[in-house]
Design a protein around this ligand. Sequence first.
Ligand code: PGA
Length: 255
Amino acid sequence: MNKAKRRVVIAGNWKMNFTPAEATAFINEVKPLVAGKSGCDVVFCAPYVTIAAAQKAAEGSNISIGAENVHFEDHGAFTGEVSAKMLTECGVKYVIIGHSERRQYFGETDTTVNLRVKAALAAGMTVILCLGEVKEQRLSGITREIVSMQTKLDLAGVSAEEMKRVIIAYEPVWAIGTGLTATPEQADETCGQIREVLAEIYGEEVAEATTIQYGGSMNDKNAAELLAKENVDGGLIGGASLVATKFEAIVNAAQ
Ligand code: PGA
């Protein structure tokens, strides 16, 4: 299998942006812009309270609405958390797990990321698993070791069959929200290294079939070059997913 056979996924990560009313207006604006663009799957991951409004606005379109996190327990005394069962009952199929902002600001570790991944998969969801190195790690030349370790730890106990519902988002932390984008070569190289780790764990077939996105200041200007790379199968987009015409340009670049 090669790039042409892998599913390309362009996913927006709204982070803590858009109220339900704002999300409705945004989806209504972006919907006609991405309609009929069958060369990629289009997803927006929304704050929990915004999901229902976004889903309603997206009805009948090619846009799927996902969540930005999920807890690993089914229910219980975990104030402020939301379970996979709650999300699936609301018709949510996609969920971002392990975003660097969760790891940096909310104490998530590879251990809790792994638990969340397994819980989401067990509930039948498709996971967008985020990983990537921080600036010091890239400068010290240990990016490969870092992403390899994260891939192994975050996917521990995940079966080859379940990997059909895992998308990996390679997101160098130094590129997120900074306007600094990895070069297409850096993105391709590290996505390729992640694919090699997947081959070690699951074999070539699973590795070649897995969608690996790049994320970190992907925008309307740089998307085409990044998405043209052999190992880059889509994007996880923060800032540019809040502007309909920028997001449209990224979807167009993925066709
Ligand atoms: P950015 O965010 O596109 O604003 O850099 C990407 C992400 O955090 O997923």
